[in-house]
Every structure is written in C-alpha cells, then in structure tokens.
Design a protein around this ligand. Sequence first.
Ligand code: TYD
Length: 135
Amino acid sequence: MNEVKLIQLPKIFDERGNLSFIEKGKDIDFDFKRVYWIYDVPGGEIRGGHAFKEQEEIIVALSGSFDVVLHDGITETRFPLNRSFMGLYVPKMVWRTMLNFSTNAVAMVLASTFYDANDYIHDFDTYLKLKNSYA
Ligand code: TYD
C-alpha cells in the first residue's frame, strides 16, 4: 500500500450509538507504533506543513471536520474529513497540511513510527528536491 487513499472503516450501526474500529492487516497494512490526536484547534489555525521521510499514517476525523491537503511533489489534493468511519492513508514522502478545523474537531493519527524529529522535512523546497531524487 503506497498510494494516498480514503479507506472506509467498519461501522457498526447501533441505536445506542455507532462504533468503528481499525484492524492491522485488514483495514491497514502497516504496523502502527503510535497514536496521537490533535484537538482544541483555534479557528483558522493550520497544523502540519511537513512531510515524513519514513512515517506512514492514517488520519481519522474522530469528531468534527477538517481538511487534509496533500502534495505528492506534482499534484495537490484536498481531502475534507468529517466522518469518523473514514481513514485517509498518507504514505511517506507526501507533504501534508491540516486546516479548516471545525469547533471541537479531533484528528486521530495512527503512525507507523515512534516520534522522531529527524523524520520530519519542514521545508517544501527541500521536500521537492528529495522527492525528485527518489523518483
Ligand atoms: P508536529 O508533528 O509538528 O505537529 P503538527 O504536524 O500537527 O503541526 O508536533 C508538534 C509538537 O509536538 C512538536 O514539538 C513535536 C511534538 N510531538 C511529540 O512529542 N510526539 C508526537 O508523537 C508528535 C506527533 C508530536
């Protein structure tokens, strides 16, 4: 699995409230080592604005809504996330930005790696150069 894609996760409809889940090997192929979440985002703030050399991830809008803008070095695509049963798979070496957070939005990220500051590429031009050298 190495292309950006939206994944429909299992959803158990229930009058008492719905339930969704992610199972490694079924819904996602990679081993996730870390889960983190972004919340209490003030209106108009932008998160992300970087790429990862190794980390791949799934992003889920657990609550509320936000947009994930992905740039693969050639094309930019915007993914509005607002369903807690949809996951956006982001491979390594994709530039990603998260914005347009609604009030009470919660973004959950399942990451394939432990946190490593050295895995980040913070400069877009550096990202483009590295990306082109991979191709
Ligand atoms: P960062 O990944 O830059 O946030 P975003 O991409 O949403 O803008 O992380 C912000 C800060 O949090 C940074 O100082 C690193 C720290 N951090 C951790 O310590 N562990 C983690 O798992 C993550 C994702 C971030």
